[in-house]
Design a binder for this molecule. Structure first.
Ligand SMILES: CC(C)(COP(=O)(O)OP(=O)(O)OC[C@H]1O[C@@H](n2cnc3c(N)ncnc32)[C@H](O)[C@@H]1OP(=O)(O)O)[C@@H](O)C(=O)NCCC(=O)NCCS
Length: 359
């Protein structure tokens, strides 16, 4: 079969939404809204960085990149890194090496545009295998701790598949238990359904670890991030003398079985503990937390609160989930560097899962 690769043009938008609905679920209106949020409204990449494969003038495969802003150490200049997402090949066109060929074409094209680094944070096992082969090595493995487990029986999985298909048509009410608690919570630990964007950004600036390569979580980032139409978000805040001393962000995907803690910042380790305990106590679904960089104190705290390390259920010979990175620039003998930090060394990075489009 012959394919032609093209960069995004508005004439493909409806077909992209249709392909997305077929592969990932959700109705046409939802898939369009998701595309607009992720690729048109992203604050870092002026216009959609998106590619399609055409067969007989029909969109049969796609791959996009949304922008993210990173800084390596406190003094280096911020750097935009495009993060890959929405890799999909239509059912009739699979196993023809279309995804592999498309990845190579797109990587070359993005490098020619001047991007030195391309990242992926959300590859499932088949996409991970493809990308690692296409020169996107896994740099930083995720560590996940969990409490409870969404059912893995055929019935439970079938129900979640149906829920995903109905995204955009059926309104589910998430976080019922959390919202009941939040409505009457008093004291220093509070629950909320809306972010406190400028206070959160200010706390990150004041308390965030800036020694590693980290995502810039400023007000512009948070403002865009929490408009993601595929997820519901809730927030737990810790107040101290009327100001914000800590926060935690909870996410639940529409049609998903987990609540995930995707971001946090606290002025002390004790506050982090209190916020995690509140997330456990006031959330009904199975809970997980993922990062590449938990401190020993955090791990002890998670385990003492009953969260256990997740054992990757996929059990394949492919490296477990994590951050994949393609680097194109010439580099030193010991590998590419940014702000003096070695890019292929996991310990150079502080990856918060809020950077990933899975959440
Ligand atoms: C994953 C996906 C994009 C692969 O597309 P594709 O065009 O069929 O992939 P390719 O033909 O280029 O496959 C390249 C290699 O990966 C293997 N492969 C592809 N899909 C696989 C799968 N689901 N499981 C195991 N191996 C797979 C192929 O066998 C091939 O290996 P080979 O070179 O040894 O023969 C496609 O299956 C898809 O759209 N899946 C649903 C959406 C999805 O999961 N996207 C990733 C989101 S993170």
């Amino acid at each position: 079969m012959t394919y032609r690769f093209e960069e995004y043009a508005p004439e493909y938008k409806a077909q992209i939404a249709a392909l997305r609905s077929r592969i990932f679920g959700g109705n046409h209106a939802f898939s369009t809204e998701y595309f607009e949020w992720k690729y048109e409204q992203n604050p870092y990449l002026g216009k959609p960085h998106f590619y399609v494969a055409l067969h007989e003038e029909k969109v049969v495969a796609m791959r996009g990149f949304y922008g993210s802003l990173w800084q390596a150490g406190p003094r280096s200049d911020p750097l935009v890194i495009p993060i890959g997402g929405d890799l999909a090949v239509d059912l009739d066109h699979r196993r023809h090496h279309l995804a592999s060929r498309m990845l190579i074409y797109i990587t070359d094209h993005m490098v020619a545009k001047g991007y030195r680094f391309l990242m992926n944070l959300s590859a499932n096992s088949s996409s991970r295998r493809l990308q690692i082969r296409s020169n996107y090595p896994r740099v930083a493995p995720y560590r996940t701790f969990q409490r409870g487990n969404p059912g893995t029986t055929l019935l439970a999985r079938g129900y979640r598949r149906l829920e995903r298909r109905l995204i955009g048509q059926r309104t589910t009410i998430p976080f019922r238990r959390f919202d009941r608690w939040a409505a009457k919570a008093g004291g220093s630990i509070l629950g909320a359904s809306e972010p406190r964007i400028s206070e959160m950004a200010e706390l990150v600036l004041r308390c965030g670890d800036k020694t590693r390569i980290h995502l810039i979580r400023d007000a512009a980032f948070y403002r865009w991030r929490f408009r993601n139409p595929s997820s519901h978000y809730r927030f737990i805040f810790c107040e101290d003398n009327g100001g914000l001393a800590g926060f935690l962000v909870l996410q639940s995907a529409k049609g998903g079985g987990w609540t995930t803690i995707i971001d946090w910042e606290t002025s002390t380790a004790a506050i982090w503990n209190e916020l995690i305990a509140a997330a456990i106590n006031h959330n009904a679904k199975p809970l997980k937390i993922t990062s590449t960089m938990f401190t020993e104190t955090q791990i002890q705290s998670l385990q003492s609160l009953g969260l256990k390390p997740l054992v990757d259920p996929e059990n394949t010979n492919i490296p477990a989930p994590g951050m994949l990175l393609h680097t194109s620039s010439g580099h030193d003998a010991d590998g590419p560097r940014l702000g003096g930090l070695q890019l292929l060394d996991a310990s150079s990075w502080d990856i918060r899962i809020i950077a990933s489009d899975s959440f």
